[in-house]
Design a protein around this ligand. Structure first.
Ligand code: PLP
Length: 432
């Protein structure tokens, strides 16, 4: 293996990358193009060749305050000067305790107990295990399965995959290896569409027939994200809460994408009147600095698991990593300084203005915006090999998937930058 040396030409690095590295959802033999990043500051990502890209993605929805934020950097450097990591078995530390305190204060009142893990997918695994263990200690060990709407996305690990959309998820590849869960149709789209009683009736019938084996219902509140960027009426959440209560089924909200302001409220749950039993958060939790997620639950579940001496059976090596907790504490402090509704409302307006011209294009099916999410849905899926370099040539970082070109920019982005992103999307969509 040739040693890396700093005099290597740019193209050599790109070649080595192709030989050595997997990237998300790519082929090793025909990888999509990848661009070498040199640095990032605010809403601008600079490539090694000097090109500067306006960031419309927040690095998969996580870098909400922008890159290289001075306050974030300072807080992480301070923690580094104390200690980078200690095991969470037998030890505890202020960064974790303070973060738990903040999360409990921010989330709906019944959510009081916090389990830290390394990534969103793992926080979902933890939530599912909590639900199963809860029913086990309540004397209902048959409740080991989950109900969920289609078009959901909950992560790439096995149990999380089992509750992802069965078609656009990875089910057909892993049919024999995945637990068969119960699927209902996705909530009908449209934030302001009136609630469909027929839809709720379908869920009622499923619960009525199978509640003996269903531990929990898991859903992304208000926005189904990677499964299709679908927005639905928050009122459904109130109805789901009532149905779950009636049939002794726990309710899990996956706020990994929607949490920390993205929908114009601190959590999407706040668009409803209820609280889930278990909530998963991740992605923006650390302001996109480090990998960290949390599963937050109420006393019913947390204390219920420990009835008859039970302990919760999960304990990652890097649980509550102090650097990640310090990053999260800094990020939440910055977030608390925002007027979230005002700021995200303004961002929504800017995106609406910038993206609505796309509505007139033949290739475009629909333009929709909600909070800090702007979506241009196409009639046909994009070719990532072709489209990604075009965006880079136009000086923006936008990464479409399937039929969706979308923006989820850092909250600090300026209107002029949103305009540039919108123009680039218009130009590329007009060439499709
Ligand atoms: C990204 C995401 C996950 C998975 O999180 P990872 O950190 O990628 O494991 C789970 N649920 C939702 C809603 C997500 O958006």
């Amino acid at each position: 293996m040739p040693a890396l040396d700093t005099t290597k030409k740019l193209q050599d690095y790109i070649e080595l990358d192709k030989q050595l590295l997997w990237h998300p959802y790519t082929s090793m033999s025909h990888p999509t193009p990848h661009f070498l990043v040199k640095k990032a500051q605010g809403c601008v990502i600079e490539l090694e060749d000097g090109r500067q890209l306006i960031d419309g993605m927040s690095s998969w929805w996580s870098v909400i305050h922008g890159y290289s934020h001075p306050y974030m950097n300072e807080k992480i450097q301070h923690q580094l000067s104390q200690f980078a990591h200690v095991m969470f078995g037998g030890f505890t530390h202020k960064p974790a305790i303070e973060l738990a305190q903040k999360l409990v204060a921010m989330t709906p009142a019944p959510l009081q107990r916090v389990f830290f893990s390394d990534s969103g997918s793992v926080s979902v695994e933890v939530a599912l295990k909590m639900a199963i263990q809860y029913w086990h200690s309540q004397g209902k060990p048959k409740k080991q399965f989950f109900a969920t709407p289609k078009s959901g996305y909950h992560g790439d690990t096995f149990a999380a995959m089992s509750v992802c959309d069965p078609e656009n998820g990875m089910h057909n590849l892993f049919t024999g290896a995945l637990t068969q869960q119960f699927f209902v149709p996705p909530p009908p789209t449209g934030i302001e569409q009136s609630v469909s009683q027929a839809y709720l009736q379908e869920i009622r019938e499923l619960f009525n027939e199978h509640h003996h084996t269903i531990a929990a219902f898991i859903i992304e509140p208000v926005v189904q994200n990677a499964g299709g960027m679908r927005f639905y009426n928050p009122e459904y959440l109130n109805h789901l809460r009532a149905l779950c209560d009636e049939f002794d089924i726990l309710l899990i909200f996956d706020e990994i994408a929607t949490g920390f302001g993205r929908t114009g409220k601190t959590f999407a749950t706040e668009h409803s009147q209820i609280s889930p039993d278990i909530m998963c958060v991740g992605k923006a939790l650390t302001g996109g600095y480090m990998t960290l997620a949390a599963t937050i639950t109420n006393d019913k579940v947390a204390l219920g698991i420990s009835d008859k001496g039970g302990v919760f059976m999960h304990g990652p090596t890097f649980m509550a990593n102090p650097m990640a907790c310090a990053a999260a504490n800094a990020s939440l402090e910055l977030l608390q300084g925002y007027d979230i509704e005002g700021k995200i409302g303004q961002l929504e307006g800017w995106m609406r203005t910038a993206l609505s011209p796309c509505q007139a294009l033949d290739s475009v099916k629909e333009v929709r915006c909600f909070g800090g999410i702007g979506v241009v849905e196409l009639h046909e899926p994009v070719n990532q090999h072709l489209i990604q370099p075009k965006f880079v040539e136009l000086g923006v970082w936008v990464r479409p998937f399937g039929k969706l070109i979308y923006l989820m920019p850092p909250y600090i982005i300026e209107q002029q930058q949103i305009d540039t992103l919108g123009k680039a999307i218009y130009q590329i969509a007009s060439e499709l």
